[in-house]
Design a protein around this ligand. Structure first.
Ligand SMILES: C[S@@+](CC[C@H](N)C(=O)[O-])C[C@H]1O[C@@H](n2cnc3c(N)ncnc32)[C@H](O)[C@@H]1O
Length: 729
């Protein structure tokens, strides 16, 4: 079952905005609207302008020294209007990002300096808001130990000025030495430390939707793990100093390949970049104190050029345009009847059907023909609008093997459409059956049974139960396509998905998995792990000769629905509930998997994928690490997100243990999950908090010495008893 259901409009072509942050020296006199507009017409889309000018700084410091209270008490503070860099003008407000004064110290250990700084910030935000600006860029915290103070100050200012958004200007990572060269060398760079500070600010502040990051692109890029961490955060703008550009053989400024790659990735998700230090870099590059405007424009021209050579979006990106991080409830195609438009979306995925056709072709080619040249009997169970019937007929023609196809569908509208297709296209090669597959009793047993009942987590749309119910009509040597499917998972961080789920403000929002095309997400572990697998035909289902003793869950009730619709469904017996029919225990599953976490982060949930063996070596995968090998460009399924209600912070060298259960009570199927976190501490001896858990870590650094596994925290058990579940009846 394809999970992606969307109403597809034409994707809008992205627009990119390049801004300029002029050097301070060039704007120590007030910028008028003409000045701003001329920059914009010079080719820039945005200008980032300091809100106040240096005279304001002198005045604040003069007042601070003489009588701080005049600044601290807002209504006594001097009006700052005469010392701002621009006047209100609605024409250019949308082109200006306000820059907050660089000299304020919101995180100062001196409460008086911190207090004055907060006042200045409030004045600036308030004036920017008055002028109609949407964003103000605020310098990030400088003291690791005073982050709470900094965050409180931002919170205070955001509360005081209601409509403005703050962009916190941050470096991507500490700069410095990568690794210690000797024991007395400086401590190695902690590449996650700045993200860690930001994480605290974001967590402490009460206005997540009005707070984002302005990230400084460094000359030397940090490790990939740091870059992907930032991409899970709300970045509004990337600052690029012209000083990090290289010169090409003709002397024009260019970015290194690594920077280009990062920028391509960034521009796929965010449109804003702001160039800084353009004049200074141009002076150095041209060895001229007074470079021409044309020389300065070389950086802008290069950036525009990069936009024209952006790699084209992948099939999945094109398909999911506009649906990034958008939460959808998983479809329930057994309980609900899908709309034609939903089927149409699935049918747009050429890869899935090509793989099915390949698998059917292979199965037909390898199958001995039936005695007396009888056609091979195929059944497409859950036929929808018939694309797999069409695949089967094409495969039969290519393999030169005659077939007869049953198309079984329980959705009355899809059934009607299947009848039309039979009449117009398929004729006598196909018999269309309106029935729940679990109660179907065909005239002929089936050689090859084909289904597509898969959800984003493989079994989450009840494929195991549906196929168990129809397995009895398969010949004892029959083939089922798919032959198997498995579920896979990995812990992940996504402040964005966490707050979107929370914002729904409904009961049980954290007990439900969501289908979502992931974008602002960082996978926390280096490896995705398999949870479990289902194989078909199932060894747990009664032998095919003993039909109808196979477990048939919900058959009679489903049949009743058809009777209510006044539809005569073949002459199959309506099965009676009996203990032999209702046990579904063999489809319960449980797994506990341990994930090694090298770089600290915050776990907000885990991501689920699936893989499926259709037949032989023909497979499907949604796992990012195997999709290209198994079913490149397949778009039918977005991943599934299992949330946790309280984010769990995990330090470096930690472990996350996820327990997940697939449960059934014979009426419904559901998942329950919980998470535990541990820190690995080098040293021997057992650990009081988890005496069973002393282990030897996989971490390279501590590989030889035993480590204590100290429990850090755990989540609650999510969805106990299956409040959120899929009905079998
Ligand atoms: C998306 S689908 C796949 C449809 C089609 N095979 C395709 O690839 O587009 C699953 C289909 O199975 C049908 N289905 C689900 N459970 C069923 C059951 N127990 N008996 C009959 N049809 C079922 C649903 O109505 C839906 O049409």
């Amino acid at each position: 079952m394809s999970e992606v259901s969307m109403d597809h409009g034409k994707p809008m072509s992205p627009t990119y905005y390049i801004g300029l942050q002029p050097e301070m020296s060039s704007i120590d006199t007030a910028i008028d609207s003409e000045g701003i507009l001329s920059s914009v017409t010079d080719g820039y889309d945005v200008l980032s302008v300091p809100i106040t000018n240096p005279r304001f700084r002198s005045r604040v410091s003069r007042i601070s020294q003489s009588d701080l209270s005049t600044v601290i008490v807002p209504h006594v503070a001097p009006p700052i209007y005469p010392e701002v860099n621009f006047a209100p003008n609605t024409t250019y407000a949308q082109h200006v990002f306000g820059l907050c004064a660089k000299w304020i110290e919101l995180d100062s250990a001196d409460p008086r300096i911190a207090g004055v700084s907060t006042q200045v910030l409030k004045h600036e935000l308030s004036y920017a808001s008055f002028c109609g600006l949407s964003y103000v860029i605020v310098p990030g915290p400088t003291r690791r130990n005073n982050v709470a103070m900094y965050a409180e100050s931002l919170n205070n200012a955001l509360a005081a000025v209601p409509y403005i958004n703050i962009i916190v200007h941050l470096a991507m990572a500490e700069s410095g030495v990568e690794e210690p060269s000797s024991s007395d060398a400086p401590a190695p760079v902690d590449s996650m430390s700045i993200w860690d500070i930001w994480n605290s600010v974001r967590t402490i502040c009460d206005y997540p939707s009005r707070l984002s990051v302005g990230l400084q692109l460094p000359a030397k890029l940090p490790p990939q793990s740091v870059v992907s961490r930032w991409f899970a955060e709300p970045i509004t703008v990337l600052f690029i100093s012209a000083k990090i550009f290289l010169s090409n053989p003709k002397g024009y400024p260019v970015l290194s390949k690594a920077h280009q790659y990062l920028l391509f990735k960034y521009l796929k998700i965010k449109p804003y970049t702001i160039l800084q230090d353009v004049r200074e870099a141009t002076q150095i590059r041209t060895s001229s104190k007074l470079p021409s405007k044309q020389d300065e424009r070389a950086y802008l021209i290069y950036m525009r050029h990069l936009h024209t050579i952006l790699p084209s979006p992948t099939a999945v990106e094109k398909f999911g345009q506009g649906y990034q991080d958008y939460l959808q409830n998983p479809l329930q195609p057994l309980t609900d009847n899908l709309e034609s438009g939903t089927y149409e979306v699935f049918e747009k995925d050429p890869v899935k059907y090509a793989q099915y056709e390949k698998a059917i072709f292979k199965a037909l080619s390898e199958r001995d023909s039936n005695p007396k040249g009888q056609p091979i009997i195929l059944a497409v169970v859950g036929a929808g609008r018939g694309p797999l019937v069409a695949c089967s007929l094409r495969a039969s023609e290519r393999a030169n093997v005659p077939i007869f196809v049953y198309a079984v569908e329980k959705n009355p509208n899809a059934y009607t459409y299947l009848l039309q297709r039979k009449e117009l296209q398929w004729q006598s090669n196909v018999e269309v059956v309106f029935r729940d597959m679990r109660t179907w009793n065909p005239t002929h047993k089936v050689d090859i049974m084909i289904s597509e009942l898969l959800g984003s987590f493989g079994d989450n749309e009840l494929s195991p139960e549906c196929l168990d119910g129809v397995q009895c009509v398969l010949k004892s040597n029959g083939i089922m396509i798919p032959q198997s499917y498995s579920s896979h998972f990995i812990p992940a961080m996504s402040p964005k998905i966490f707050s979107s789920i929370k914002l729904q403000n409904k009961e049980d929002v954290m007990n439900t998995p969501y289908v979502v095309m992931l974008q602002a997400v960082d996978l926390l572990a280096p490896e995705i792990k398999q949870a479990w697998e289902f194989r078909h035909p199932s060894p747990y289902v009664g032998a095919s000769s003993s039909w109808p003793t196979a477990p048939v869950i919900g058959g009679p009730k489903q049949q009743q629905r058809y009777d209510d619709l006044g539809i005569d469904c073949s002459s199959a017996p309506v099965l009676q509930d009996s203990p032999a029919h209702i046990s579904n225990e063999h489809n319960n599953r449980h797994v506990k998997a341990r994930f090694l976490i090298e770089n600290r982060g915050v776990m907000h949930g885990f991501v689920g994928y699936f893989e499926s063996v259709l037949y032989g070596d023909v497979e499907l995968s949604t796992r990012p690490d195997t999709i290209n090998k198994k079913s490149k460009d397949m778009v039918s399924w977005f991943p599934i997100w299992f949330p946790i209600s309280t984010p769990l912070y995990v330090p470096d060298n930690a472990e996350i243990e996820i327990s997940i259960w697939r449960k059934t009570d014979n009426r419904k199927v559901w998942y329950e999950w919980s998470v535990e976190t541990f820190i690995l501490v080098p040293g021997s001896g057992s650990d009081a908090s988890d005496s069973m858990a002393t282990t030897t870590t996989l971490h390279s650094r501590a590989a030889s010495s035993p480590t204590k596994r100290v429990r850090l925290g755990s989540s609650k058990l999510h969805n106990p008893g299956g409040k959120y579940s899929s009905m079998l009846l």
